[in-house]
Write a protein that binds this ligand. Structure first.
Ligand code: SAM
Ligand code: SF4
Length: 330
């Protein structure tokens, strides 16, 4: 029988998010500063080491893996990683969060490797606003990427949007209509207080309760009972194929059912997005190249220190956790 990871609060952990790189071709204002210093190659797990970690987790009952970053598709050799983890039988699902910039050339490879659902971040349909938000992104390239993904025929494509006051807040209906038009789902993520204070988040952060009220003015919504073990509530839009997700990480409602842990590209195992509680896996991997037992034991033991809930607070002057999202992975 396969082992299962159960934490001190009796929550089953069967989902890992793995950040495969801290690098990215965009510099989204809520995620990175304009000038970023990225990690050196040796400070980051190799693709073989990432594959090994995922395999070990799968032997411990993990069923779902999401690759994220940074931008996962800019990591050299990423195709090989998808192809090899696609062969791990114990995994039910491999997914990806991407900014879409490389999808035109990567969509088919992802589908062929067994990826069935992908999340694509899209904050604006206006090329100028898109540039302002991402600093370096090219909207047309991303839209081409989205259409390449649609063509390839993934089971589900979900757009992820962070709405910000005075920037893209007014595009709520445009973005939802775009999702409806192309049979996509769309989730609105409340901005999280991660990373350095790049700008005044309290003045830009849009509350999901306000988004819900606005959505109800235009669309007929019904709440679904979809539960991902994460901080999302899903609504279906009547007479469409589209579901709208509202991801509210500031709410504590979801911590009770939390089913996930995160692994950074440096091999840190973070047990909660909102806490610094972590285990360093890299030394265990590198000191024991042919023996997975120390790694397994550390992962099993980490369940005893997974925090009960996060402690985000937008009203804090300093972010609750000084860690870039691109480091931990979204
Ligand atoms: N580069 C990929 C992308 O943008 O989809 C994957 C990594 S990115 C860190 C994953 C998700 O985190 C994106 O949807 C992004 O919008 C979101 N994100 C980044 N920083 C955030 C923040 N401070 N608050 C809320 N969401 C954030
Ligand atoms: Fe890059 Fe994604 Fe962060 Fe934007 S949100 S800077 S695309 S990692």
């Amino acid at each position: 029988m396969t082992m299962q990871l159960i934490d001190q609060f009796n929550r089953k952990v069967d989902y890992i998010r793995v950040s495969v790189t801290d690098r990215c071709d965009f510099r989204c204002v809520y995620c990175m500063s304009e000038k970023m210093t990225f990690l050196s190659k040796s400070a980051v797990l190799s693709l073989e080491e990432i594959e090994r970690v995922i395999k070990v987790f799968s032997e411990l009952g993990i069923k779902k893996v999401r690759l994220t970053g940074g931008e996962p598709l800019v990591r050299k050799g990423i195709d090989k990683l998808f192809q090899s983890i696609g062969k791990i039988k114990a995994l039910d699902e491999i997914t990806l969060t991407t900014n879409g910039s490389q999808l035109q050339s990567k969509a088919q490879m992802l589908k062929d490797s067994g990826v069935e659902r992908i999340n694509i971040s899209l904050d604006s349909l206006n090329p100028f606003t898109f540039k302002k938000l991402t600093r370096t992104g090219d909207l047309n390239k991303v839209l081409d990427g989205i259409h390449a993904a649609i063509k390839v025929g993934f089971k589900k494509i979900k757009l992820n949007t962070v709405l910000m006051k005075k920037l893209n807040e007014e595009e709520l209906y445009d973005l939802v209509d775009y999702a409806i038009k192309y049979y996509l789902d769309i989730s609105f993520i409340e901005e999280m207080p991660l990373g350095e204070t790049i700008y005044d988040r309290q003045s830009t952060s849009v509350n999901n309760n306000d988004i819900l009220l606005k959505l109800k003015e235009k669309y007929s919504l019904s709440k679904t009972d979809i539960s991902t073990g994460g901080p999302a509530a899903y609504f279906s839009i009547k007479n469409t194929q589209t579901k709208v997700g509202l991801i509210s990480p500031h709410s504590h409602n979801f911590c009770e059912n939390c089913n996930r842990v995160r692994i950074t590209c440096k091999g840190e195992l973070f047990l909660c997005l909102g806490h610094d509680t972590k285990i360093e896996l890299m030394p265990l991997i590198r000191l024991n190249p042919n023996n997975d037992e120390p790694l397994k034991e550390a992962i099993i033991n980490s369940m005893a220190i997974k925090p009960k809930s996060h402690n985000f607070n937008l009203a804090d002057e300093q972010p609750s956790v000084v860690r870039f999202m691109s480091h931990t992975g979204g």
